[in-house]
Design a protein around this ligand. Structure first.
Ligand code: PLP
Length: 497
């Protein structure tokens, strides 16, 4: 294939290959977040060829390119059967989980307004709901009402339903929630939402394509359209649908609800615009890759991959629970979990999950550090380390478990980095700068933010430190708006030419 290319093009592709050397490995199971490796090389080849065929097709207009509608219809149909939706369930393929979540919120907001809702609508959800809903609330003008969860990440149905009122446009529950893999009390919340006339979205972005086959012998509590009152569900194809990034499904119960997701206008001098999703022009490549993979796997293929994830998840969580000083948080449902320190043990036997993640990384495995979180009721969720298990994990299981054990042995008894540690280690005068920022109405600008980052050892455009535990502790101890501004500066600096 590359033989048809000129030398210049070949050189350009070589540069791309070289750029990838710096990236975390997307295959092989060493990265336990971000990537979802089926372990089946054929699926990657199939997806690449599907993208190649459909790459130039514009998903903007399924009337000009009927292939787009055909693939989308198949995917929506498959997802509807998988999620126990009846004939009244329909939906769209979107570019990813965030877009599905944004559109679920937009739809609920517009349905609420059409039913006479006025003012700012409210979105009720457990605090563990994905940050995409915080983004949606911010973008779309809803008040976000986050309900505290217990220490094991679980929320009580009545804690959510107690917040219901005429201004609530949407309640969101997750299957499961990303931080701790807790399965929210979906059936009870959906039933109460229906009685109150409130839309209920199930965020199954991560669980949607794996939970249907998770527990064939011991059914999970009802979490999909089989629960009356569930009005929409998001399920990401580019997670446990094993598709390349850029594909998710959003389903609605009720055609009119689905139609409320659309944007249409003929009030400009150009072509009439009708968009099911947020993007306009888009390649049909991601849709085609997802379609091809779902066609290839079918029910039985997904069931086999889910069974592999299940075996590996059980093995990993059992191994972690057996490590002195660590514990798996709550009762995770699905191929992911969070790990916290075991506070029932004396300090010298505890393992701090962030020191642990840093050590695991030095052994060649990438886990995801999650900060602690102060909830609105004053209770604190501990900082944790997140693992997502995929089918490829099974092929590296003994090595992974060995690395998890060894790393724990290496940091057992090392106390967690505290806010005082990190604030005390900051350059002299840093505290004064923070204080003056706090007392000032003008927001900090880019120059000030990059100076603050430099003060904590992060150069503009530079790499993150080898050890992430101190950085996480720092981010956790600074005021949230300042942390958020510094993170923006850090990421914006990466692409600033
Ligand atoms: C991944 C995820 C999202 C957001 O999806 P993106 O594909 O990253 O945009 C939303 N909710 C949950 C539960 C997720 O795991």
């Amino acid at each position: 294939m590359t033989s048809a290319l000129s030398d210049r093009s070949t050189d350009i592709l070589a540069r791309l290959t070289a750029l990838r050397q710096a990236d975390a490995p997307t295959h092989g199971g060493r990265v336990l977040s971000y990537v979802y490796d089926s372990g089946l090389a054929e699926l990657d080849e199939l997806a690449a060829e599907a993208i190649r065929i459909m790459q130039p097709v514009n998903g903007l207009d399924p009337t000009t390119f009927p292939s787009v509608a055909a693939m989308e219809r198949d995917l929506v149909g498959f997802a509807r059967r998988m999620l126990h939706g009846g004939d009244d369930v329909t939906g769209s393929v979107t570019s990813g989980g965030t877009e599905s979540c944004l559109l679920a919120v937009k739809t609920a907001r517009d349905v609420w307004r059409a039913a006479g809702g006025a003012g700012a609508p409210r979105l009720v959800a457990p605090v563990t709901v994905h940050a995409a809903f915080s983004k949606a609330a911010q973008y779309l003008g809803l008040d976000l009402d986050l309900v505290p969860v217990s220490a094991d990440g679980q929320v009580a149905a009545d804690a959510l339903t107690a917040r219901f009122g005429p201004d609530v446009a949407l309640v969101v529950v997750s299957a499961p929630a990303y931080p701790h893999a807790s399965l929210d009390p979906i059936a009870a919340v959906a039933a109460a939402a229906q009685a109150a006339g409130i839309a209920c979205h199930v965020d199954a972005c991560i669980g949607g394509w794996v939970l249907p086959w998770w527990s064939p012998d011991d059914p999970l509590p009802t979490w999909d359209f089989a629960a009356p009152g569930v009005t929409s569900i998001s399920a990401d194809l580019h997670k446990f649908g094993y598709a390349p990034k850029g594909a998710s499904v959003l389903l609605h119960r009720g055609r009119d609800r689905h139609r409320a997701q659309y944007f249409a206008t003929r009030r400009w001098p150009g072509y009439p615009v009708v968009n099911a999703t947020m993007l306009g022009s888009k390649s049909a490549g991601a849709l085609a890759a997802a379609w091809a993979i779902v066609e290839r796997l079918g029910e039985s293929g997904f069931a086999e991959l889910a069974a592999s994830c299940r075996r590996s998840t059980d093995a990993v969580t059992t191994a972690i629970d057996a490590i002195d000083g660590l514990r798996v948080v709550g009762s995770p449902v699905g191929p992911l979990c969070a790990v916290a320190t075991d506070e029932s043990l004396p300090a010298q036997r505890r393992v701090d999950p962030h020191h642990w993640a840093d050590r695991v990384r030095s052994h060649g495995w990438l886990l995801q550090l999650q900060p602690g979180h102060l909830q609105s009721d004053g209770s604190r969720l501990p900082h944790t380390t997140h693992l997502t298990i995929t089918p490829v994990t099974e092929s590296v299981l003994p090595d992974l478990v060995a690395a998890l054990r060894t790393a724990a042995d290496e940091v057992r008894g090392v106390p967690a980095v505290t806010a005082d540690d990190v604030l005390g280690a900051l350059p002299v005068g840093f505290g004064d700068v923070l204080g003056s920022l706090a007392n000032r109405s003008r927001p900090i600008d880019s120059a000030e933010a990059s100076a603050l980052l430099a003060g904590i050892g992060i150069r503009s455009g530079g790499a993150l430190p080898e050890r992430m535990a101190p950085l996480l502790a720092l981010l956790e101890s600074l005021p949230a708006p300042l942390t958020e501004r510094l993170l923006v500066e850090l990421l914006a600096g990466l692409v600033d030419p």
